[in-house]
Design a protein around this ligand. Structure first.
Ligand code: PYC
Length: 308
């Protein structure tokens, strides 16, 4: 069995797009996701688990659109399962389609598991993604860590569910990735007691770069951190800023990632009373691999090394 994938990265975060046809059954993206889970989950593991992949990688399956007026359907996944939406992944998929000659600059619509997202592919290869409606669910949820530190977390939705924690009172952002993964994993465990849907944690600090507004460290569900500023996470951040009247509609927010890559973001109200917003995220991706994956039945790890 051979599977063609195209690799890209957006702000350092990899996306592996499956361009070989995966015949998923269903007349909605949700039904196709369920078919993928039931009948093709081995494919996810084969492409994302070691030895072919890594826990940092996000995969994307390209599908024919359900509504023929749209550009394509897409299902995102990682080492532990499926993602509702993925901002860096969407930008990676759009650049992949452009690189393959399947997409011209202009407006496009992608169908995702959590709704349609409008895409503007710019002439200069930047991509602006208008994400699904995003909103804050809770403000200042108090958690106590094992060392008795108390932190306040906002809970917000931006296509995935996030806990957002300001750590600018501390030097934690300078203590290295192992420390930050450990800290955000402990925060996640605490948060999930009350908010079981939350599977990402964002820690925020002052920016390193002068022209950015904030720097984030984002823990993803598979236990690794997002090298990009995280598109759905930046959407959740904007929802909190909008709810607190700290950012106006159309105002630019420059979110810096842990490794220094930047997403430009702004929002428009969907419903100002419910404080629901439509975030726009702009960045660009780079294709860095066009690969034919081989699944050899004699290879004991042809479907990936199982994770514990
Ligand atoms: O960019 O939305 C994002 C994302 C989610 C997980 C990794 N990246």
């Amino acid at each position: 069995m051979q599977i063609r994938v195209i690799d890209s990265h957006t702000g350092g975060e990899p996306t592996r797009t499956i361009v070989s046809e995966v015949p998923l059954l269903g007349t909605s993206v949700a039904q196709r996701l369920s078919d993928m889970r039931m009948r093709h989950d081995e494919l996810r593991k084969a492409l994302i688990h070691e030895p072919r992949g890594s826990e940092v990688m996000v995969g994307a399956i390209l599908l024919p659109p359900i509504d023929p007026q749209n550009t394509a359907g897409v299902i995102f996944f990682n080492n532990v399962g499926y993602l509702g939406m993925c901002g860096h992944g969407t930008i990676g998929v759009v650049e992949t389609l452009r690189w393959m000659g399947r997409l011209q600059p202009g407006l496009h619509v992608l169908e995702t598991c959590v709704g349609n997202v409008q895409i503007l592919l710019h002439q200069d290869r930047r991509v602006t993604l208008d994400n699904v409606p995003s909103y804050r669910i809770a403000k200042d949820h108090r958690i106590t860590l094992s060392n008795r530190d108390t932190l306040l977390a906002d809970i917000a939705y931006g296509g995935n569910h996030f806990a957002l924690v300001d750590i600018s009172h501390s030097d934690w952002m300078n203590r290295g990735t192992n420390f930050l993964i450990q800290l955000s994993t402990e925060i996640l465990q605490q948060i999930q007691i009350n908010y079981p849907d939350v599977d990402h944690v964002e820690l925020f600090d002052k920016p390193k770069s002068q022209n950015c507004d904030s720097r984030s460290f984002v823990l993803c569900p598979g236990g690794q951190y997002d090298r990009s500023p995280c598109g759905t996470g930046t959407s959740a951040k904007l929802a909190c800023l909008a709810a607190d009247d700290k950012l106006s509609p159309g105002e630019l927010w420059r979110q810096e990632s842990y490794i220094g890559s930047v997403f430009e973001a702004s929002y428009q109200w969907v419903d100002p009373l419910a404080k629901s917003i439509r975030p726009s995220i702009t960045s660009r991706a780079f294709v860095n691999g066009d690969l034919q994956m081989i699944v050899d039945p004699e290879d004991p790890f042809c479907w990936g090394i199982p994770t514990s």
